[in-house]
Design a protein around this ligand. Sequence first.
Ligand SMILES: [Zn+2]
Length: 130
Amino acid sequence: MTDSAEFDLIRRRHHYRCSICRQPEKVTGALLPVKGKAAKGDVFSTFPVCPDHHAKYMQGFFTGIEMKKIGISPEDYQKILSEIAGERETGDGLSAAEKGSLAKEETIKKIQKAQKMKMPKVHSDYKKEI
Ligand SMILES: [Zn+2]
């Protein structure tokens, strides 16, 4: 994690604007750090982005154009995302985006299952009460 004094400097260098949409911090709310590259083949450095673009980045939804704006290739982005996922839990090779869609499928399945199991039961209980 970048310490806040360093990130203050980075924000100032970017004129307190999101690296992706160029909206000023005053409009978007506090800028947040993401990993990018200042130049192609360079080491990773920190870029400030607005909360919306931070969420999009973390969920693995950055487009090619957005990746270019912070100097990373799709391969770099994959690597960064798996590092982020690895920090949260021990990596299983899935990207954050894949995990997100898996979680969504799981939730839908659970809801469908619960509805199937619950509906007749609720119905019969209701009858008994009458
Ligand atoms: Zn933005």
